[in-house]
Design a protein around this ligand. Structure first.
Ligand code: ACO
Length: 425
C-alpha cells in the first residue's frame, strides 16, 4: 500500500503522506499543504480533522469502544477507583501501591482551599450557575498559587493541587449557595467519600457514607475521565497552546463543558425527562425532535463520534438500575428514560441518523440517586473530566510538534471598499 495519497491540482500532482495510528486509523498529513499547493482545507466543526497524535484515549465510535491508555473503560469502571484512573490517565500507567499512596498523600496535602477564596464565592449572586463560578474560581487559583514553573515537580504539584482543590471548591460552592457552613476535607476519607462528605455533612445531621453511593460516584467519574479530542478538551489544548498557565486552560475547558450540546446535556436531560414525566408527551416530543423545521433535539441522544450505543451509557444505565435497587429508591424519571429510549431506538429517524443514548442520558438518574442537585450535574462532569484535560494538556506541552493553534478560514465577506464618513451614511 502507498504511504501517501495523490492530490492533483491545476495540472500538478502533489503527494500527501499518510500517517497510521496504533489502532489502524489512517490520516492524511496536510501540514505542508498550503506551503506546497496554496490550498487550505475547510472542515466546519473539525469532524474530519485530527488535531494531534495522542496516546491517552482510544475511541472507536462505530464499534462502541472506549479505552484509557489501552484499558477498556468497562474494566476500569468495575475494578478501579477514580483516583487510580486519574493517575493512569495523567502518568500513562496504573500506579504501584507506593505510587498510589504517595498520590493520595499529595491529594490530601493540597485539598484545602485558601480561606480568602471564600470571599470570592460569597460575592457571586445567589442565582449564579455553579459552572460559571467553577470556571472563574479555577482561573482565580493562578492568583492564589502562582508558583507554577516548568519544572517537573512544580507541574506535578499544580496538577495534584487542581485535582484536589476542584473537588473541594465544587462542594464549597454548593454549601455557600445554600447558605450553609462549609465542610472541610478530611484526610481519613477517600477521594469520592471526601467529596460526598463535604457536600452533605452538616452540623445538625452528620452524613453517613454508603459504600454503594461511593462506588457509584467512582464509576460516574471514571466514565467521564477522558474522551479524546472533544469540545472541552480541544478548548484546553487550544487555549494551552498559547502557553497560558494550566489553570486558565482548564478554566476554558470548564466553560466549554457547560454548553448543553456538550457536558451541560446531563442537566438538560433531567429537565427534559421531568417535563415528559409531568405531561406524558413522549411521542409529541419525539415528533418535535424529528421535525426539520424545529430546532428541538432529544437531549442525551446522538454523539459526534459514537454511531452506535455509547459504551458509557450502557454502564450508566445498568448502574442507575442497580443503585436505585440498592438504595430502595424509585425514580419515575428512570421509567420515562427507558420508555423514551425504547421509542427512539425503534424509530426510523433515529435508526437512520445513528442516534443512540450518550453518556448523559442516564447519568442524571445516578446523580439524583446520590443526592446531587440538578444544577451541580455538569460540575460533577467537570470533576470527572479533570484528569483527562490535565493529561491532554501535559501531552501537548511535551509534544515537539504541538504549535500555537491558529486555524485558517475561507473569507466570504465584502471585497475592498472605502470608508464612508458618518454624515454620508
Ligand atoms: N435529536 C434529534 N436529532 C438529532 C439529535 C438529537 N439529539 N442529534 C443529532 N440529530 C440529527 C440532526 O438534526 C442532524 O439531522 P439532519 O442530518 O437530518 O439535519 C443529524 O442528526 C446530525 O446532527 P449533527 O448536529 O450534524 O451531528 P453532530 O455530530 O454535530 O452532533 C451532538 C452531535 C451535538 C451531540 C448532537 O447529537 C446533539 O445535539 N445531541 C443532543 C445534545 C447532547 O446530548 N449532547 C451531549 C453529547 S455527549 C457529550 O458531549 C458528553
Amino acid at each position: 500500500m502507498d504511504d501517501y495519497v495523490r492530490l492533483t491540482y491545476q495540472g500538478r500532482e502533489f503527494r500527501l503522506p499518510l500517517v497510521a495510528g496504533s489502532e489502524g486509523e489512517t490520516a492524511i498529513d496536510i501540514s505542508r499543504l498550503r506551503q506546497e499547493t496554496g490550498l487550505i482545507t475547510l472542515d466546519p466543526g473539525f469532524a474530519n480533522t485530527g488535531s494531534c497524535r495522542s496516546a491517552i484515549t482510544f475511541v472507536d465510535g462505530e464499534r462502541g469502544i472506549l479505552r484509557y491508555r489501552g484499558i477498556p473503560v468497562e474494566q476500569l469502571a468495575e475494578r478501579s477507583t477514580f483516583k487510580e484512573t486519574a493517575f493512569l490517565l495523567i502518568n500513562g500507567a496504573l500506579p504501584t501501591q507506593k505510587e498510589l499512596t504517595r498520590f493520595s498523600v499529595l491529594l490530601n496535602d493540597h485539598s484545602l482551599v485558601h480561606e480568602d477564596m471564600k470571599i470570592f464565592y460569597q460575592s457571586f449572586p445567589r442565582s449564579s450557575h455553579p459552572m460559571g463560578i467553577l470556571s472563574a474560581m479555577v482561573n482565580a487559583l493562578r492568583s492564589f498559587y502562582p508558583e507554577l514553573q516548568n519544572l517537573e515537580e512544580e507541574i506535578n504539584i499544580t496538577v495534584t493541587r487542581l485535582l484536589s482543590k476542584v473537588r473541594t471548591m465544587a462542594a464549597m460552592s454548593y454549601k455557600i449557595s445554600r447558605g450553609h457552613t462549609v465542610v472541610y476535607p478530611r484526610s481519613d476519607l477517600t477521594y469520592c467519600a471526601n467529596f460526598l462528605n463535604m457536600m452533605f455533612d452538616s452540623p445538625v445531621k452528620p452524613y453517613e457514607l454508603d459504600p454503594d453511593v461511593v462506588k457509584a460516584l467512582n464509576v460516574f467519574l471514571i466514565l467521564h475521565a477522558d474522551h479524546e479530542q472533544n469540545c472541552s478538551t480541544a478548548a484546553v489544548r487550544v487555549v494551552g497552546s498559547a502557553r497560558v498557565n494550566l489553570y486558565a486552560a482548564i478554566s476554558a475547558g470548564i466553560a466549554a463543558l457547560w454548553g448543553p450540546l456538550h457536558g451541560g446535556a446531563n442537566q438538560a436531560v433531567i429537565e427534559m425527562l421531568t417535563e415528559m414525566s409531568r405531561h406524558g408527551n413522549l411521542d409529541a416530543m419525539v415528533a418535535r425532535a424529528k421535525d426539520k423545521n424545529d430546532s428541538y433535539r432529544l437531549m442525551g441522544f446522538g454523539h459526534r463520534v459514537y454511531k452506535t450505543y455509547d459504551p458509557r451509557a450502557r454502564i450508566m444505565k445498568q448502574m442507575a438500575h442497580v443503585l436505585l435497587e440498592k438504595l430502595k429508591l424509585s425514580d419515575p424519571l428512570l421509567d420515562v428514560a427507558r420508555e423514551l429510549e425504547a421509542i427512539a431506538l425503534k424509530d426510523d429517524y433515529f435508526i437512520e441518523h445513528h442516534l443512540y443514548p450518550n453518556v448523559d442520558f442516564y447519568s442524571g438518574i445516578v446523580l439524583r440517586a446520590i443526592g446531587i442537585p440538578t444544577n451541580m450535574f455538569t460540575v460533577l462532569f467537570a470533576i470527572g473530566r479533570l484528569p483527562g484535560w490535565i493529561a491532554q494538556w501535559k501531552e501537548s506541552m511535551d509534544d515537539p510538534a504541538w504549535k500555537l493553534c491558529r486555524p485558517r478560514q475561507v473569507y466570504s465577506g465584502p471585497g475592498e471598499r472605502d470608508y464612508v464618513p458618518i454624515e454620508e451614511r
